[in-house]
Design a protein around this ligand. Structure first.
Ligand code: AMP
Length: 286
């Protein structure tokens, strides 16, 4: 595995591969790998002849007061994992390699970024879109793999890619969880023992709503209320950022579940902000 920090070097490596008709898969990450990242990398390894994994804690997607400087890092361990999983290149640039001091160009999908995580994190998805488009252009990737845990992120990137005719296919993977249901996240290390013990209630609440929908409940506000009541009892250390039912593609709010719908949430627990989501299927007899 080649470790590359320079964008120019990444371009020339990928260009050489494409000249030999070798296709390229890309997995963008911020590092501190867990089994969720490993699943994306493993899946991407089977999609193309060449695999680029990027490791970049992108300053542009962190707001003031967020955890940019304290974001967990372990570059050596991450490099060993990427190598063992068959990456051809680990691209790990420095911020100055990616953003000139007078950087002024941004990519955004304002409507889809105005809701959910974007409401509490203004500018976050603009930072995500900009860096991911850079990675698409630097690599010329044929396919890129993202996790459904960050549902809003993959929905926005899918729209950006379509709107800008970026010739890359986006694939998504299901959320990898701890045995007790907590979605794996690099930020789970922020949880205290008490918070960690309650955190699985986030997913249990979402499963409760999914089961209600499967049994025929279609009123999104009723589903929300049921989950909130449950969390008030079982998740006292959590502070709700949002709990929404939305269209899985457009992220527009859904009141009455008549087709595909997604319930998504963000809950603050101490220093951590945990996000999760679940797809709500309609009852089969409707
Ligand atoms: P991050 O390093 O947090 O930016 O995440 C890099 C990629 O891994 C993104 O596409 C995430 O959606 C994905 N990811 C993060 N956590 C999980 C998880 N628990 N299961 C599956 N994919 C994940």
């Amino acid at each position: 595995m080649q470790l590359i920090a320079s964008p120019r070097e990444l371009v020339s490596t990928c260009r050489q591969w494409r000249r030999q008709d070798e296709d390229i898969a890309l997995v963008p990450t911020m590092g501190y790998y867990h089994a969720g990242h490993e699943d994306l990398i493993r899946h991407a390894r089977g999609l193309a002849k060449r695999l680029v994994v990027s490791l970049f804690v992108n300053p542009a997607q962190f707001g003031p007061g967020e955890d940019l400087t304290s974001y967990p890092r372990n570059a050596e361990r991450d490099a060993a994992i990427a190598r063992d999983l068959g990456a051809d290149v680990l691209f790990a640039p420095e911020p100055a390699d990616m953003y000139a001091s007078d950087h002024a160009t941004w990519v955004e999908v304002p409507d889809m970024a105005a809701t959910m995580c974007g409401q509490r994190r203004p500018g976050h998805f603009r930072g995500v879109c900009t860096v991911v488009l850079k990675l698409f252009m630097l690599t010329g990737a044929d396919v890129a793999v993202f996790g459904r845990k960050d549902w809003q992120q993959q929905a926005i990137l899918t729209r950006m890619t379509r709107d800008l005719n970026v010739p890359v296919r986006i694939e998504t993977r299901p959320t990898v969880r701890e045995e007790d249901g907590l979605a794996l996240s690099s930020r789970n290390v922020y949880l205290t023992r008490e918070e960690r013990a309650q955190a699985p209630e986030i997913y249990r609440g979402l499963c409760f709503a999914r089961d209600m929908a499967a049994q025929g409940a279609t009123d999104a506000s009723l589903l929300r209320q049921s989950v909130l009541r449950r969390w008030a009892e079982r998740l006292p250390l959590g502070r709700l950022d949002y709990l929404v039912v939305v269209d899985p593609v457009s992220l527009a709010s859904v009141q009455e579940i008549r087709g595909p719908a997604l319930m998504a949430c963000a809950v603050r627990m101490g220093r951590a902000r945990l996000i999760d989501n679940i797809e709500l299927a309609q009852s089969p007899d409707r």
